[in-house]
Design a protein around this ligand. Structure first.
Ligand SMILES: Cc1cc2nc3c(=O)[nH]c(=O)nc-3n(C[C@H](O)[C@H](O)[C@H](O)COP(=O)(O)OP(=O)(O)OC[C@H]3O[C@@H](n4cnc5c(N)ncnc54)[C@H](O)[C@@H]3O)c2cc1C
Length: 369
């Protein structure tokens, strides 16, 4: 592990200043894609992938250590995280030869993938989705709508979930397939967010035709395929927990170094965050360790997701309070954006209500009425 992280530091000392000089403070989509491309060429962004797909075949603990070092160096976030972390492993597991050939393009950002799962009326209850895919010869004909599609405005490809057998029980009549976003009959509309961005999209399908060969996994068994994708998304909360821990350390360090005057109330809150983040970070590492040893994340995942998302919102609220009027006017962009963006943490990848249901049911075994 020490050699690996030493190699990473050498790479970062060379690559990060080059990227910063090239983009001069620009954090646009293109700038971040360039960072992803560089990190994939260095086999850092793709470190978890098997060697034959352009990765290093590393385990979750090593990947977390890499993320930690990246965070300490202030390396930018990878923009195509959904493709890299969720879709690529699904393509490797279920994809045919052509679908698997997409994997290296995901690293380089030549292909940007999104997840077309949620629909109006099918978010928490995803299995109620109504987008239809009807077989006509050697094609699926797709009609319906997706919503909250992250990176939808940039995506070149989608991992789509559609109903292929409306007569089967709801989890059993769904198929997963891959789709090019430039397919005729696919319309992508931006959704303007509270933080001013529009990275989300609504995606409409009107008689969009996709080859049956684009099926991902067996027909009508898309639910299992998607559980693989969401399993990777869920394991990712451990990485978020590690990042939040680092962020709180940095916050405390900045306040101390710059001798910033904080009220006793803020000081108390920072101390509380620090303790919670340390515990959260430890739980995250424990969960990844369990996965590394072949186990599946159970109750830890739900607990980490809930604590991480709610703690993130509390931290951003305090950062906003510390920014004072500059936060409200937006003069302090980081504070304002952080505050507004954190609102989604308790919704994405399972709302807090759903997570509490899971903890009540499966962790505590509480009786249902
Ligand atoms: C940042 C972000 C990124 C996302 N990215 C994607 C993406 O890339 N692709 C994609 O397909 N989707 C994406 N989503 C959508 C996300 O999966 C859904 O928003 C989420 O599953 C909740 O579904 P919903 O919005 O339809 O809310 P609903 O399910 O309609 O819930 C509405 C309210 O009812 C509550 N509720 C619902 N059911 C229950 C219950 N059984 N018990 C108690 N309370 C309940 C919820 O907690 C919530 O408060 C993203 C969402 C966010 C915020």
């Amino acid at each position: 592990m020490d050699d690996l992280l030493a190699e990473l530091r050498v790479w970062l000392n060379d690559a990060l200043p080059k990227w910063k000089a090239k983009w001069d403070g620009d954090t646009s989509w293109d700038a971040l894609c360039d960072w992803q491309r560089m990190s994939s060429e260095g086999k850092w962004a793709t470190a978890a992938w098997p060697v034959e797909f352009g990765g290093r075949g590393l385990g979750t603990m090593e990947v977390l250590a890499i993320e930690d070092v990246m965070a300490t160096y202030g390396a930018p976030q990878i923009p195509g995280m959904i493709g890299l972390k969720n879709v690529a492993p699904t393509l490797m597991k279920f994809g045919n030869e052509e679908q698997r050939a997409s994997v290296p393009n995901i690293g380089s950002t030549d292909e940007v993938w999104c997840q077309g799962f949620s629909e109006p009326g099918a978010g928490s209850d995803l299995a109620s989705l109504r987008t239809r895919a009807v077989i006509d010869g050697d094609e699926f004909v797709i009609n319906g709508q997706k919503i909250w599609t992250s990176n939808g405005m940039h995506a070149t490809h989608m991992q789509l979930l559609a109903r292929t057998n409306p007569d089967a029980p709801k989890h059993k009549g769904i198929s997963a397939m891959t789709l090019r976003m430039d397919t005729p009959g696919v319309e992508v509309r931006p959704i303007k967010q509270i933080n001013g961005g529009a990275e989300f999209a609504e995606v409409f399908f009107t008689d969009a035709r996709v080859p049956v060969a684009n099926l991902l996994g067996p027909l009508h068994e898309g639910w299992n395929v998607t559980m693989t994708t969401l399993g990777h998304e869920r394991a990712g909360v451990a990485v978020f927990a590690g990042r939040l821990e680092q962020r709180i350390r940095n916050l405390v360090e900045d306040v101390t170094k710059q001798d910033t005057k904080v009220s006793p109330i803020v000081a108390d809150e920072l101390a509380e965050f620090y303790v919670e983040a340390r515990v959260l970070g430890m739980m995250g590492r424990q969960m990844l360790n369990k996965i590394a040893q072949g186990g599946t994340p159970g109750s830890e995942q739900s607990v980490i997701k809930m604590v991480w998302s709610e703690l993130s919102q509390r931290v951003d609220t305090v950062v906003m309070e510390m920014a004072g009027i500059d936060g409200v006017t937006g003069a302090n962009q980081d504070a304002a954006m952080g505050y507004l963006s954190a609102r989604s943490a308790t919704i994405a990848a399972g709302t807090s209500d759903i997570v509490k249901n899971i903890i009540g049911d499966r962790v505590l075994g509480l009786p249902r009425d």
